[in-house]
Ligand binder design. Structure first.
Ligand SMILES: Cc1ncc(C[n+]2csc(CCOP(=O)(O)OP(=O)(O)O)c2C)c(N)n1
Ligand SMILES: [Mg+2]
Length: 370
């Protein structure tokens, strides 16, 4: 049987605002499911609480709409009960990086073969637009009475440190690109994160569709410095329009006005990731001080960190990191319990026709290597 996108869709109205970035993310997931021909009977979407979580019941696969911040422990439980399942988690930025941040970190230690898709809209949308952990300090959205006084966290950096081994960032309305990132994450054996930048059209008047249209950077527009530079280069990304400069434009910083109106970054060390205006980039490439990044060769932690640092200021999209051979939690369990893959908890008969329990956990315990 060949599955079509429609085979993964249920008639369900989740009540999202028209124009919400969530629609783009869900469409990208559906395309990835079709692309990979996931069996709906072996696929489960686990979602948290928030606007992002409400949409999961639209999928015609198994769905677990869980508690706020608790998607990952539920997802781990499902995967361990039945390792044949494709487990895809939908969590909001508040859900995953706020109340659920402990699980976000500790799941890295387990490395279950699951895919975490985070709907990153910088706000707690469902509860009317409070600042989420990914909103930068100083930003004042229309839903806030005053500028945000907390610093933003760096989810990509945290994921790298915690043991996630496929890490990518996408954009909700760049659906084809996002769908490829999600498909890559599902195919990847081990724990993967796709953080998705998305506008919240109701509460966020800063990170709008226009903002992203101008400010998005693709990973293959980034250079890696291969030699130390004698003189640091200061590069700015325009954050407020000034003179003839538009939001998202790159400038080499030479004066105070530029410094004031830009997110400023300084580069000088070998192995640092940099984004430079075209002429400067060409100059460095000619001098062999830099090389261009290709999506395929992101296997170096140091470079991935360098990109994660840049991402605090610039919405960079693409695959940032992939480490292929890392033992999953399921494989580590099978090392101790030989019968685990053949006889996981979900395949055990737990009762007879009368409903009397028949579970014999000695079968599992017997094969435990002490
Ligand atoms: C334990 C608990 N604390 C607080 C809430 C209230 N609450 C519901 S959704 C939400 C935030 C959702 O934000 P996010 O995860 O970013 O999802 P979004 O709505 O932006 O998609 C909060 C604080 C709750 N439901 N449960
Ligand atoms: Mg949110």
């Amino acid at each position: 049987m060949v599955y079509k996108k429609e085979d993964y869709i249920e008639d369900f109205n989740e009540g999202w605002c028209p124009g919400c970035g969530n629609f783009g993310i869900r469409e990208a997931c559906l395309r990835a499911f079709e692309n990979l021909q996931l069996d709906p009977n072996k696929t489960v979407v686990v979602s948290g609480i928030g606007c992002s979580g409400k949409g999961a019941l639209y999928y015609k696969v198994f769905v677990a709409h869980t508690l706020h911040g608790r998607t990952l422990p539920v997802a781990i439980g499902l995967k361990l009960a039945n390792p044949e399942l494709n487990v895809i988690v939908h969590s909001g930025d508040g859900d995953c990086y706020g109340i659920g941040v402990e699980h976000f970190v500790s799941t890295g230690r387990y490395n279950p073969d699951i895919t975490l898709v985070v709907f990153d809209n910088s706000v707690y949308a469902l509860t009317k637009g409070q600042a989420s952990p990914t909103l930068k300090r100083g930003e004042k959205l229309k839903s806030l009475p005053a500028p945000n006084i907390k610093d933003a966290i760096n989810p990509i950096g945290i994921a790298l440190l915690s043991g996630y081994n496929y890490i990518a960032q996408g954009y909700a309305f760049n659906i084809e690109h996002l769908s490829n990132l999600i498909a890559g994450a599902i195919k990847h054996k081990g724990l993967s994160l796709v953080n998705v930048k998305q506008p919240c059209i109701t509460y966020d008047d800063i990170h709008t569709k226009d903002f992203y249209q101008n400010a998005l950077f693709y990973i293959n527009n980034i250079l890696i410095l291969t030699k130390d530079l004698d003189k640091p280069i200061k590069v700015g990304i325009v954050k407020r329009e000034f003179s003839n400069h538009k939001i998202g434009e790159l400038v080499i910083i030479e004066n105070e006005e530029q410094e004031k109106n830009c997110y400023v970054m300084e580069f000088k060390k070998a192995n640092e990731a940099v984004i430079l205006p075209k002429e400067k980039a060409e100059e460095l490439l000619k001098k062999e001080c830099a090389r261009k990044i290709k999506e395929e060769d992101f296997y170096d932690e140091y470079i991935a960190f360098s990109i994660a640092k840049l991402m605090l200021n610039i919405p960079i999209i693409g695959k940032i990191y992939e480490r292929k051979e890392s033992k999953t939690y399921e494989e580590r369990i099978a090392y101790n319990i030989e019968s685990y893959f053949a006889y996981p908890p979900a395949k055990q008969i737990i009762c007879d026709e009368e409903g009397n329990p028949t579970t014999d956990i000695r079968k599992i315990l017997d094969s435990f290597i002490v």
